[in-house]
Design a protein around this ligand. Structure first.
Ligand code: SAH
Length: 256
C-alpha cells in the first residue's frame, strides 16, 4: 500500500516581506524598551517624592528618612503591574488607586513608611493582612525570607496570587480568608502588617507575633480619624503601642 504524501510547497518569501517582519520586530522591541524606560524614570521620581514627604512629616512620624533597603526595593517593584489597566497612567503618582471590589492599593509613601516601621531583616517571616493588589507583599518579598498574605475577597486574592506568581515573587504564599485570625500554621512572625483599618488590634495577631516582633496596623472607624499604630512585643511578651500618623484605610471586615 502506498501513502501519497501531499506535495511540499516551497514558498519563497519576498524581500519586501522580510523587510516588513524585521521592521515590526524592531518597532515592538523599541516600544517595550521605551515603556520600561518610562516606568523606571517614573519610579525614580516617585521615590524622590516619597523621600521628600518622609522628610516633611518626619517630625510627626518619627521617620525623617526611610530605610535605604526599603527605598531600594520600592525603586524596583513595578507598581504599574499591580493596578488595573485604566489606572496605569497614575501608577507612579503618590496616591492610593482603585483596584476593584471597592478596594484600593495604598499610597506609596504609606507603603514605604509601614514597611520601614516593620524593621524587617533578610531572614524574617512576615504576615500581611489584606493582600489587595499584592504590591505590599511584593515590596516585602524583596526584603525578607518569607511573606504570608491573606485576602478576604476571593477574586482579589486569587488575582493577586496569580500576579505574584507571574512576576516570580516566590517567597510569597497567599490564601483567601479572614485575616483577623492570622495564619496560625506559619506563626510566630517577626513582623505583621495590616493594610486595612481595624476597630482594635486583633488579639490573635498579637499572639502570633514573636517576642521582639513588630506589628504595624491602622486602627479606627472608617469615616473617623484612624491612626497608624506600631505595636511592639518585648522579649518578655509585654506589648506596647505607639501612634505614628493619622491615616485613611479601607476597613478590616469579617466574612458575612
Ligand atoms: N496591601 C494591599 C492594599 C490593601 S487594601 C496592596 O498592597 O494592594 C486592604 C485589603 O484588605 C482589601 O483588599 C480588603 O479586601 C482586605 N481586607 C479587608 N478585611 C480583611 C480581612 N478581615 N482579612 C483579610 N483581608 C481583608
Amino acid at each position: 500500500m502506498s501513502i501519497r504524501q501531499p506535495p511540499v510547497l516551497a514558498v519563497k518569501p519576498s524581500p519586501a516581506l522580510f523587510l516588513l517582519a524585521a521592521t515590526l520586530a524592531v518597532v515592538s522591541q523599541w516600544r517595550s524598551a521605551s515603556a520600561q524606560d518610562t516606568s523606571t524614570t517614573e519610579r525614580a521620581d516617585m521615590m524622590k517624592e516619597i523621600a521628600a514627604i518622609a522628610a516633611g512629616t518626619g517630625a510627626a512620624s518619627g521617620r525623617h528618612t526611610l530605610d535605604p533597603r526599603v527605598m531600594a526595593v520600592m525603586g524596583q517593584v513595578p507598581r504599574h503591574e499591580f493596578v488595573p489597566e485604566a489606572q496605569k497612567p497614575y501608577a507612579y503618582h503618590n496616591r492610593p488607586l482603585p483596584i476593584g471590589h471597592g478596594q484600593t492599593i495604598s499610597q506609596p509613601y504609606i507603603v514605604g513608611l509601614m514597611t520601614d516601621l516593620l524593621m524587617a531583616k533578610p531572614g524574617d517571616t512576615v504576615l500581611e493582612i489584606g493582600t489587595g493588589s499584592g504590591y505590599q507583599a511584593a515590596v516585602l518579598a524583596g526584603l525578607v525570607k518569607a511573606v504570608y498574605t491573606i485576602e478576604i475577597i476571593e477574586p482579589l486574592g486569587r488575582q493577586a496570587c496569580d500576579r505574584l506568581k507571574r512576576l516570580a515573587y516566590q517567597q510569597v504564599a497567599c490564601k483567601v480568608g479572614d485575616g483577623y485570625y492570622g495564619w496560625e500554621e506559619h506563626a510566630p512572625y517577626d513582623a505583621i502588617v495590616v493594610t486595612a483599618a481595624a476597630s482594635h488590634v486583633p488579639p490573635p495577631l498579637i499572639r502570633q507575633l514573636k517576642p521582639g516582633g513588630r506589628m504595624v496596623i491602622p486602627v479606627g472607624a472608617q469615616f473617623m480619624t484612624q491612626y497608624l499604630l506600631l505595636v511592639e512585643k518585648a522579649a518578655d511578651g509585654a506589648v506596647s503601642t505607639r501612634q505614628i500618623l493619622p491615616v485613611r484605610f479601607v476597613p478590616l471586615v469579617s466574612k458575612p
